[in-house]
Write a protein that binds this ligand. Structure first.
Ligand SMILES: Nc1ncnc2c1ncn2[C@@H]1O[C@H](COP(=O)(O)OP(=O)(O)OP(=O)(O)O)[C@@H](O)[C@H]1O
Length: 957
């Protein structure tokens, strides 16, 4: 390994300074709006091109042009905030991140609309000082580099002073961690956000001007490109999205590292990008360690309102949802018969292949909530693997050479798709702890490393060439060499992929995936293994992307990995496709591909159409139709249904439905509990959060059939103890459940062992309906198989029917009949709490841990909860541990009560004993008899909650 020359290191440091400044721009925006700004570089594009035009074309003096360009850049940043960010202030951060991608594309389109610079190809980008200096032997500093050396440190110092010395700056620092605190400083978070976006616009412009000045030719200015962006993102992540100083330093180190790698491994292009990927992964790993990673709501995903019960018998209503897809299918079938030009047919094939690739984003991002910005890398790797398998391979390993014979075209694609599924599962395993924005950065870095490094491995290339040809001949005995025949093959594959995706979405596979996305904790409490579900989504998405990629490469008969289709920008494009089409919906990928790729190609010479279909179109959709194009379809469908409902006349009075008057029959055999053993026994359980001991050596037990109350002041450690029992926090001591030591088992395993859990917030799964929620709990009685469901095997339909009717029984039993198709997000807290209880019945749990079952429930309804809880205990023949602040309720239902104070048990015994214990009175109850007879803790929000059923007779309120 040689040391690079001084010059190379110097050049690296200069580039690194600019990368560091860009990273500062990313950090500032993240600190004020908690979003990762993918537009940071492109926001400066408009100003930097305008600057060149002003100086070169319109002969404006350098410094005046610079001021104008910086002002334009700053205004662009502020405008982005006012027009986009502010409107999406409360939207999930993931959606805001996608919006920044739209902004980046928009900036690029605006630049294309500016006058051409091609006439000035002999001129160089304007610099403040011409000439070069040689301060030392072997070192030459250009004017452009000197400006970087002066400007970047100066800006960094000024920003540091701004953040520490001004009120606005201090507010920015506070806003990152606590918006309320920031508000106390007297400045609204929105103003802070505008200021930071304006600053990011200014920084972006400055960086682009500084970088462009390094180029010899003026026409090269265009973009900084994703490779620079990924370096800036890496520096920002290394700085934990907080420290400006570390961001700048990391930028410089990355610049130096790049020089070092280029000097020593010139023959390994893209190695830097591989190293950047590893650095990002390491940094992301450290950043997300020990912290509860961000959860995002997916309320923007398109939602179809349930069909009114009485309309379901109408045949056109039953087929309403499938009809548009059928029409599209018929149109797609006749299209190549009407339009015979092979070039058009090739284009249609490309659109279909993109729809397949986009379906992978539907699964991974739409259902699993994992935003992948590198999905086309899986498509590219699938394409290259398929081409290599089709060509025949010689793999040298451990001194011996293995020869793989050439595989037929379709077999090569199928095996490549399986290989990308396995690879995606591997990547997913690494990304398990990371979600949201950091996953987006990691996958983006993966996309770039794939494009720059992995694609260029010898294994993937034609011998002696930098291409990978992929000629197609026959598929399943049919000649697909003609463009039309191949189009039909891809159309059939798309139809199959959509059918599989739609079927999976309607089955337990789709439901559990969405459940893990919306609420991993409750999903685990419902025995759904979050790791398994996430890996399944990654693998499924990777497989679909690999399949789409293979087919796309087959369309063009080679893998054009160096210039189109499988680049990191294409990964961003497929995300736009799916968001525009409708995230999570089966229609999304098709509508999105038609819109984003299809429409512009119908008007190839029109510059406005691509603007409307991607960049600006994406932003408009996010702002006004966050559910995407499919949401417009759903709205039309709802209007039709409403019309049909009106024509049927007024609805008859609600008839109570599914009122189960007899006890539910138990279908699951239970292992008997060893005689004399408690259902739950904890010994010396201790939980610490940093320096705080939340639970301090608690030993308790719950006997079979017993209801045990857990009381204590706010913050006494009750919920934490319950989390420890459920396996949701790491704790010391032992936990024994139904005679088994489960201390080292995770929450899913404990749920499977018979532990049922409700949560204080009763969030459940906002985007699922009541029936779907209960069906998720029913998965505990038998999991939906991925492969059998995808293959549409008959028994999977029968299983689904049985599960649905079991769910309806439980829903009816608890009087939730009229809410069966309502989304959880639309229910009152009280109703959600009853749905939680339905979930426990579905789980057939033997120990129920209820965390404040009446919190947020109207006072008049809490009184009915006591009998309901006892009824459920009888029904399940279960024991219970209940946390409750409502004293009459908890004292009324409990057989025994424990009182906690600062993590320790201070009293234990019958309700009467605990209630009169002087320590309990001093610590918690006080002497106010009114507080004891009816707790003041229960909020008095009157809510539309169905009256809980007390005696097995369902009430459908
Ligand atoms: N994830 C966490 N990280 C750090 N501290 C925590 C965490 N969860 C709880 N705590 C702290 O642990 C202590 C016990 O909290 P816990 O929620 O268990 O109390 P509680 O008795 O259930 O209170 P409440 O009746 O208000 O629900 C509190 O001081 C709380 O701030």
């Amino acid at each position: 390994m040689q040391m690079p020359t001084t010059q190379l290191l110097f050049d690296g440091a200069v580039t690194g300074l600019v990368i560091g400044l860009l990273a500062i721009g990313i950090v500032l925006v993240h600190r004020s709006t908690r979003v990762i700004n993918f537009a940071v570089a492109n926001m400066g594009l408009v100003g930097s091109v305008l600057f060149a035009l002003l100086v070169v074309r319109w002969n404006v003096p350098y410094w005046i042009a610079l001021v104008i360009a910086l002002a334009v850049g700053t205004a662009f940043g502020a405008l982005v905030d006012l027009a986009v960010v502010r409107r999406l202030f409360r939207a999930p951060r993931v959606i805001l991140l996608v919006a920044t991608i739209g902004v980046a594309q928009l900036a690029l389109t605006i630049v294309m609309g500016l006058p051409d610079l091609d006439d000035y190809s002999n001129e160089s980008y304007p610099v403040p000082w011409n000439g070069a200096w040689s301060p030392a032997d072997g070192l030459r500093i250009t004017g452009a580099q000197l400006s970087v050396l002066v400007v970047v440190p100066l800006i960094a110092v000024l920003l540091g002073l701004f953040l520490s010395r001004t009120v606005l700056g201090r507010t920015v620092r506070a806003a990152a961690s606590n918006p309320e605190l920031a508000r106390l400083q007297g400045i609204s978070p929105k103003i802070v956000s505008t200021a930071m976006w304006a600053l990011a616009g200014l920084i972006g412009t400055l960086c682009l001007i500084l970088i462009s000045a390094q180029n010899e030719s003026l026409t090269q200015i265009a973009t900084l490109g994703p490779t620079t962006l990924v370096r800036a993102l890496a520096a920002a992540v290394i700085a934990r999205m907080v420290s400006l100083r570390i961001a700048l330093l990391a930028g410089v180190l990355l610049g130096l590292g790049q020089s070092f790698i280029q000097f020593n491994w010139l023959d390994q292009p893209g190695l830097t990008d591989l190293v950047i990927l590893l650095l990002v992964l390491a940094a992301v790993f450290l950043v997300s360690r020990g912290r509860d990673t961000e959860t995002s709501s997916f309320s923007f995903a398109p939602k179809a309102a349930p069909i009114p019960e009485r309309l379901r018998d109408l045949w056109w209503v039953r087929h309403l949802e499938r009809a548009p897809l059928l029409v599209l299918g018929v149109l797609a079938t006749i299209l190549p018969l009407v339009i015979a030009q092979p070039s058009r047919q090739l284009l249609y094939t490309v659109i279909l292949s993109y729809a397949i690739c986009a379906a992978s984003v539907t699964v991974l991002t739409g259902w699993a909530g994992q935003l992948s910005l590198g999905q086309m890398a899986f498509a590219g790797l699938g394409a290259l693997t398929a081409a290599a398998l089709n060509r025949g391979l010689q793999v040298s390993a451990a001194g011996s050479t293995i020869t793989l014979n050439a595989l037929p075209f379709p077999v090569a694609i199928l095996i490549a798709s399986l290989a990308t599924a396995a690879l995606a599962a591997l990547v997913g395993a690494g990304a398990l702890r990371v979600r949201g924005l950091l996953l987006a950065v990691s996958t983006f870095a993966f996309g770039i490393a794939a494009e720059q490094y992995l694609y260029r491995r010898d294994l993937f290339q034609d011998p002696g060439a930098h291409t990978a040809s992929f000629p197609r001949d026959a598929a399943f005995g049919v000649d697909v060499t003609s463009q039309r025949a191949y189009y039909y093959l891809v159309l059939i594959v798309l139809a199959v992929v959509l059918a599989v995706v739609a079927r999976l979405r309607r089955s337990g596979v789709g439901r559990t995936t969405i459940a893990v996305r919306d609420n991993p904790t409750t999903a685990a409490a419902y025995t759904v293994g979050t790791t398994r579900v996430k890996l399944r989504a990654f693998a499924l998405a990777g497989g679909i992307a690999g399949l789409g990629g293979g087919l796309l490469a087959g369309a063009v008969q080679n893998v054009p990995y160096a210039d189109r289709y499988f680049l990191s920008t294409d990964s961003l494009l497929v995300v736009s496709i799916v968001v525009i089409g409708g995230l999570g919906s089966v229609y999304g990928p098709v509508l999105g591909s038609l819109w984003v790729i299809g429409l512009p190609s119908i008007f190839p010479d029109n510059e406005i159409v691509p603007l409307l279909t991607s960049s600006l179109g994406l932003l408009v959709l996010l702002l006004y139709f966050p559910g995407g194009l499919v949401q417009i379809g759903y709205s039309a469908r709802d209007a039709l249904l409403h019309l049909a409902d009106r024509r049927l006349g007024p609805a008859p009075a609600a008839v109570p439905k599914a009122t189960a008057t007899k006890a539910l029959t138990r279908t699951i055999p239970r292992e008997p509990l060893p005689a004399g053993r408690p259902v739950l026994a904890t010994s010396e359980v201790r939980v610490q959060f940093g320096g705080l001991t939340a639970v301090d050596g608690v030993s308790l037990h719950v006997a079979p059939g017993e209801i045990v109350g857990l009381i204590g002041t706010n913050g006494a450690g009750k919920s934490t103890l319950m989390h420890a029992v459920g396996g949701f926090v790491s704790a010391t001591g032992t936990v024994e459940l139904l005679g088994q030591d489960v201390t080292s088992a995770g929450p899913t395993a404990r749920a499977r062992a018979g532990l049922g859990r409700t949560f204080q917030t009763a969030t459940l799964f906002p985007e699922l309906t009541v029936r779907q929620t209960v069906q998720i709990a029913l998965e505990a009685r038998g999991r939906t198989g991925l492969l059998s469901t995808a293959l549409h095997l008959p028994h999977t339909f029968a299983r689904e029917r049985v599960q649905r009717s079991a769910a309806d029984d439980l829903i009816g039993f608890l009087g939730l009949g009229r809410y069966a198709d309502a989304f959880i997000a639309d229910l009152s807290t009280g109703t959600r709490r009853i749905v939680e209880l339905a979930g426990l019945l579905a789980l057939d749990a033997r120990l129920l841990c209820l965390d404040e079952p009446t919190a947020g429930v109207a006072q008049r309804e809490t009184e009915a909860f006591g009998p309901l809880i006892q009824e459920i205990r009888r029904e399940l023949d279960a024991a219970m541990l209940v946390i409750e602040h409502d004293m009459p309720l908890i004292m009324g239902i409990s057989d025994r009560v424990y009182c906690l104070e600062t993590g320790r048990v201070i009293a234990e015994g019958t309700p009467g004993m605990v209630r009169n214990d002087p320590r309990v009175i001093a610590s918690y109850l006080g002497t106010d008899e009114r507080a004891i007879s009816r707790s003041g803790n229960a909020p008095s929000v009157a809510e539309d909650t169905p009256a809980p059923v007390a005696t097995g007779t369902a009430a459908t309120t």
